[in-house]
Design a protein around this ligand. Structure first.
Ligand code: FE2
Ligand code: FE2
Length: 197
């Protein structure tokens, strides 16, 4: 990515806020009475999004903050808080969704993340916008590049989780769209096939 593209990139702080918004919105979709399959799909999706987000912050955002705000109390406890999140993710992955403590462990993850996100949004992000003002787009570009690398091996998994969390009615619509897509691909391929004699 060249310097010009980097300058046009959205800021790293905007991207971090957007990630937080997505994860919090998914937390609110968790229904303890939903089927084990759809609860697990939502939890898997949230866990993967959190893993990628925390890794991006640790590789790109926190080191940049360390250069300008070392000693910041919130910055100092950020990685230990990520460790706590990773620990809860590990516990959830080792449980079946019908395990008695599956929902309460997910709620604990929700509490830890909400507390951590509040600290980032009220302390670290405003500090970054003050102290790293001229680097926000360049860091945003670096984050986008790394995000693509980290998400690529999980593309199929993410698509599957999205379908598993859908209510049956939208699943039918999605299935219809997939079938229609397959039909169109076949038709367009058909046009290039030479008639056999
Ligand atoms: Fe974080
Ligand atoms: Fe964050």
């Amino acid at each position: 990515m060249n310097a010009f593209t980097s300058k046009l990139s959205p800021s790293i702080t905007g991207m971090i806020r957007l990630d937080h918004t997505h994860v919090l919105a998914n937390f609110h979709k968790y229904d303890p009475n939903a089927s084990a399959n759809s609860r697990q799909a939502l939890v898997d999706m949230v866990c993967l999004a959190l893993e990628i987000h925390t890794q991006l912050e640790e590789e790109i955002f926190y080191p940049a903050m360390q250069e300008v705000a070392s000693g910041n109390e919130v910055l100092n406890k950020s990685v230990p808080e990520h460790d706590e999140v990773r620990n809860l993710i590990g516990q959830l992955r080792s449980m079946a969704p019908d395990d008695a403590s599956y929902t309460s462990t997910f709620m604990q993850l929700m509490r830890s993340v909400i507390h951590h996100v509040a600290d980032e949004e009220t302390v670290l992000l405003p500090e970054a916008e003050r102290l790293l003002a001229d680097r926000l787009s360049e860091l945003g570009a670096a984050m986008t590049k790394r995000r693509l690398q980290l998400a690529a091996p999980h593309a199929g998994e993410l698509a599957l989780d999205t379908v598993r969390t859908m209510p049956a009615s939208s699943m039918l619509l999605a299935a219809g769209a997939l079938l229609a897509g397959g039909y169109l691909v076949k038709r367009s391929r058909g046009r290039h096939v030479r008639p056999t004699l």
